[in-house]
Design a binder for this molecule. Sequence first.
Ligand code: SAM
Length: 209
Amino acid sequence: MKEIDREIEEIKIYRRKFYDNRAGVYDKIWWESPESTEEIDGFRNLVKVKHGEIVLDVATGTGIYLIEMAKKGAQCYGLDASPKMLAQLKRKIEQLELEGNVEEIRVCEADKIPYPNDFFDWVSCIGMLEYYPIEYADLALNEIRRVLKPSKKCFIDIPDPGDKENQNRDYLYKYDLKTFENMLNKIGFDILAKNVAARMIQYLLSKRT
Ligand SMILES: C[S@@+](CC[C@H](N)C(=O)[O-])C[C@H]1O[C@@H](n2cnc3c(N)ncnc32)[C@H](O)[C@@H]1O
């Protein structure tokens, strides 16, 4: 196994345990964080999901963003590496009576998306890429592009490498923006919009045909 693959596998194990242990408190911490309002506003401004569209939320966690899309009438699929985060999401779906808008919630990793090519109208991946070296972002974004229908849109975020607090967080990967955007272009995405939301940069992408 190559060194980079070993590093990625170690991060996966660490993050799965990390989120399994925090699943019960994740939502409370997230909604109370000063960044959450800007981040969710950015998502709501850029992601205009329509009733009946088929959407996938990669690394959905407790489904904060998946639920936003389900409430709009989208048919939602969610995947995440942490079974306990997904258990919280399933509980919320029942409480909110959104079962009719959720097709499947599945334990799975972002680099092995178990759906056919050209299947989704939207794919989102929020709050995950920053835990991994750019080589993993490349793998996950290639998978995301594969399952998106041609010309359809994708919403992702990464930490703003210019943000002072991000620079002090050594557990986050801060990609050089030029390198990251060149990679998006090479994978076959066009950047439709870019928004700084608190400490994150949000991208609205479309699958180039
Ligand atoms: C910061 S949380 C974000 C959750 C959700 N997207 C949100 O914004 O509230 C990161 C999530 O990524 C998941 N995750 C980490 N590595 C992953 C991987 N390789 N594949 C799929 N999910 C992963 C974690 O289990 C966790 O639920």
